[in-house]
Design a protein around this ligand. Structure first.
Ligand SMILES: *Cc1c(COP(=O)(O)O)cnc(C)c1O
Length: 459
């Protein structure tokens, strides 16, 4: 009881110098709530303590508690993270980092912008129509619609084009993607009826033909973006699916997952269908994500014939999954680089994926040399592998050069946690109790931040 009376009030705690510093960053209300929580915790704790604690120590304890809460709040807040994992499309780190041109376009659109007005006529226009010419030039698509992500694009397309009717999908393509995307559940949400055909490893053209009834609305091809079926396998190419659909006067829809606009085969990235190929082979509708290999903002893109896009735009669900102006601006900025810039240099995802092992080796060696200044760490450059990530190109590992880091006392997982919550915040990989830094996903201007992240830990 005596000890409880020793506890300072919230107001007294708020005037401690260390706590006042936090008030400037977090506001008085927030810090006061941390003080109250710290006091509640300590009150509980004191009841169990047998020895009395001097008042000064109690205040110290409370300040540490409040500082811990501030640190936690800082760690939780959304903000920049240096990605040294080597996973280019790291879903948990926001997939594609945007190109400078895309960021600039977002900034320009942040205030008023011609989102839904045709400035020439002064009449209402539809959101996203600004991008129609860009898409046509880059992919040959007649019309486009942009929604929140590819999952939304799929639900919307199925609902608008096939509600209450059947859509045929090969069993080898009934995918699950992270974040609770499972195709059968997407179907259930849309109101379209899933008609599975073939087997896990083999589906033939006749399977599609035999499945079509008067109630069939479409054939859907789904690119297995995050897995591969190997060995005794057969898939029907989109061109043939299109022919079957044409003969039966139903639609051929192609969910290619990653919106790859360029052929990346010369860089060792095989098996990824490009948007242009799919449209050229006659798909009525092509769906993909904006933040995978396209290297743009999170969004779902629907490209296809004007009449089909029109039908989809009129579905009430389209309103619920429409994108905001910032996303559209970033997408426009990204597509402009494909049209009249140098995408392999300017789009970070493409620059990272096509960076040569030789350049990566030079970067790893240079960084290793610089990190040797921090004597608590032992750093070494060596060959390694990076992954594409984001459910793209699952079998592809790109040769890279990594820096392995060990600390004189901390185990690797501890070091990784300190780096995640340090300043600047940095994500690395841990393999065989070694911390691995892969320069592939570290943007050039972030190299100094990587040095700072380790430097701050060695103090
Ligand atoms: C990634 C992916 C999706 C889901 O895209 P989100 O933009 O994450 O919603 C759907 N289909 C395929 C084939 C994919 O690869």
């Amino acid at each position: 009881m005596e000890a409880l009376r020793q506890l300072p009030s919230v107001d007294v705690l708020l005037n401690e110098e260390a706590v006042l510093g936090l008030v400037a960053d977090w506001g008085r209300e927030t810090v006061a709530s941390w003080c109250r929580a710290a006091l509640d915790g300590l009150r509980e704790d004191l009841r169990a303590r047998s020895d009395p604690t001097p008042r000064a120590s109690l205040v110290e304890e409370l300040i540490v508690q409040v500082e811990n809460r501030a640190r936690h709040a800082r760690n939780v807040a959304l903000g920049p993270v240096v990605n040294a994992t080597g996973v280019v499309l790291h879903t948990n780190l926001g997939r594609a980092p945007l190109a400078d041109g895309a960021v600039a376009a977002m900034t320009r659109a942040a205030h008023y912008t011609n989102l839904e007005v045709d400035l020439e006529s002064g009449k209402r226009s539809h959101r996203g129509s600004q991008l129609d010419d860009l898409w046509r030039g880059l992919t040959g698509a007649e019309a486009s619609l942009i929604v929140n992500n590819c999952a939304a694009a799929t639900v919307l397309a199925l609902q608008a084009l096939a509600m209450g009717r059947e859509v045929v999908v090969s069993r080898g393509q009934l995918i699950e993607i992270g974040g609770s995307y499972r195709l059968p559940e997407i179907f259930r949400q849309s109101g379209a009826i899933l008609r599975e055909i073939g087997t896990t490893n083999r589906t033939h053209a006749r399977d599609y033909e035999n499945a079509i009834t008067p109630n069939t609305a479409a054939l859907l091809r789904v690119h297995p973006s995050n897995f591969r079926v190997m060995g005794f396998t057969e898939e029907v190419p989109i061109g043939e699916i299109v022919e079957i659909a044409r003969r039966q006067q139903i639609l051929a829809i192609d969910d290619i997952g990653s919106g790859c606009l360029l052929d990346l085969t010369p860089y060792g990235l095989r098996d990824e269908p490009t948007v242009g190929q799919s449209l050229a082979r006659g798909a009525d509708l092509v769906l993909f994500s904006g933040d995978k290999l396209l290297g743009g903002p999170q969004c779902g893109v629907l490209l296809g014939r004007a009449e089909i896009i029109q039908r989809i735009s009129q579905c009430p669900l389209a309103r619920a999954v429409r994108v905001d102006k910032l996303t559209l601006a970033a997408l426009q900025g990204t597509l402009e680089i494909y049209r009249n810039g140098n995408p392999l240099q300017e789009i970070p995802v493409l620059r990272m994926l096509t960076q040569s092992a030789d350049i990566l080796r030079q970067r790893a060696l240079k960084l290793t040399l610089e990190l040797q200044e921090f004597s608590a760490f032992h750093c070494q450059a060596q060959p390694g592998m990076s992954a594409v990530g984001g459910g793209s190109l699952p079998m592809v590992e790109l040769p890279t050069w990594v820096i392995t880091v060990s600390h004189e006392t901390w185990p690797a997982h501890q070091l990784a946690q300190y780096l995640r919550t340090g300043s600047p915040r940095l994500m690395a990989r841990v393999e065989n109790d070694l911390l691995i830094l892969d320069p592939r996903t570290v943007l050039p201007h972030e190299e100094s931040q990587l040095r700072a992240a380790l430097g701050n830990l060695s103090k």
